[in-house]
Ligand binder design. Structure first.
Ligand code: SAH
Length: 373
């Protein structure tokens, strides 16, 4: 069993405690029109170990096709290729930033809905996949392109995992190893909790993709019941919370979810997480000129986050159709200096891929407008 399962403290239905192979087998079988992995095996008259071979080839060896799964007999590879898809995703658009650090990928799902993922090549050598958990998003954050389009549907665990798998294959082709996965693409992971946790189990499975839980980050807009469930799951996956304002009036304007779970309620859940797990929380704070970037905003944020195990990621805003613009470099530095004076650690994210609209949900919007046609 994987390391995260061993740390599971609470007797909740904990998806990560299930094996990656079982989730993979059931998911792929369902996509191919079978009721279960066993039904697929029966239809192909295969012993169970064949499924484990396929799983291993797909997730550990990052095979590009059934044909590349050389541990399988050639005839079987052909039969599988006819009936089963190697991925639930089809690439429809790809955009590479001028500095070559970021590749944005737009995928079509089997039903035609589209989601996006991003491959980020960090100068440090790290390689990160940013993946989506839903097609669209119900939360309608005022500044976010995904929110403007509304919610379409949840992604399955495989549809989520397949994004990381595809990014990992692309990275491998460039002799890079995928080192990190962040759930910061389209959608709200904690409104699709069980499938997201199943996808984490797939990422984390030592017999498969084998990405350490500490290299995975889930970002939430502040779905308090999700944070509470995640706290009890006791897993090592990192938690990021999109805060964006330390004042309820402003935060409600930016993020309507704040009406349901206001800052005090959110911070209560955050403190309980830190107390129980002793793990740091990452706070995302998108820097919007004249909206949330004043010295007073910085002081209010520092007051809110007083105490240990907090880290603020200051994110330069990527323009969308929304009536916001990015804070000036001077305003961002001033903001960070105030946090520093007050003992709140922060990182000013450098902008990756603005020229290809690498912010959440933007590639899809550009495509709808025909910009990539
Ligand atoms: N729903 C989750 C995860 C998806 S968004 C969440 O809200 O955390 C990942 C991050 O990108 C969030 O912090 C979100 O607020 C931020 N974001 C959305 N649109 C952006 C934009 N145009 N520029 C910069 N960051 C943006």
């Amino acid at each position: 069993m994987t390391a995260i399962a061993a740390n599971t403290a609470a007797p909740i239905r904990s998806a990560p405690a299930r094996e990656g192979l079982a989730i993979f087998g059931a998911g792929r079988a369902k996509e191919a029109g079978f009721e279960s992995a066993q039904a697929l095996l029966d239809a192909f008259e295969l012993p169970r170990y064949r499924l484990a071979q396929i799983y291993r080839s797909a997730t550990k060896e990052l095979a590009l096709s059934f044909d590349a799964m050389t541990s399988l007999p050639a005839a079987l590879r052909r039969r599988l290729a006819e009936r089963v898809r190697i991925s639930s995703l089809r690439l429809v658009r790809e955009a590479i930033s001028d500095d070559k650090q970021t590749t944005k990928l737009l995928y079509a799902l089997a039903d035609g809905n589209e989601v996006e993922a991003v491959l980020m090549r960090h100068r440090s050598g790290r390689t990160t996949a940013c993946i989506s958990s839903q097609a669209g998003c119900a939360l309608r954050c005022d500044f976010c392109a995904t929110g403007q389009g509304g919610f379409t549907r949840h992604l399955s665990a495989l549809e989520i995992f397949d994004q990381a798998l595809d990014v990992a294959r692309r990275a491998r082709a460039e002799k890079r190893n995928l080192t990190n996965v962040v759930y910061m693409g389209m959608g709200e992971p904690f409104l699709n909790y069980d499938r997201v946790m199943d996808s984490v189990a797939l990422l984390n499975d030592a017999a498969g993709f084998n990405l350490g839980a500490r290299h995975i980050t889930i970002s939430t807009a502040g779905v308090v019941p999700g944070i509470e469930k995640f706290t009890k799951a006791g897993i090592q996956v990192n938690l990021a919370i999109s805060l964006h304002a330390a004042d309820d009036v402003l935060r409600t304007k930016l993020m309507p979810i704040n009406k349901k779970w206001p800052i005090a309620r959110l911070m209560r859940a955050a403190r309980a997480y830190v107390a129980r797990t002793h793990r740091k929380i990452f706070y995302e704070y998108v820097m919007l000129a004249g909206t949330n970037d004043s010295p007073d905003d910085a002081r209010q944020l520092a007051d809110l986050l007083g105490g240990p195990l907090h880290h603020v990621n200051l994110i330069p805003y990527n323009a969308t159709d929304a009536p916001y613009s990015r804070s000036s470099p001077a305003a961002m530095r001033r903001f960070q200096a105030i946090l520093r004076e007050r003992g709140v650690p922060s990182t000013l994210r450098h902008t990756m891929g603005d020229d290809i609209a690498a912010a959440c949900g933007q590639l899809r919007v550009d495509k709808q407008r025909g910009a990539f046609a």
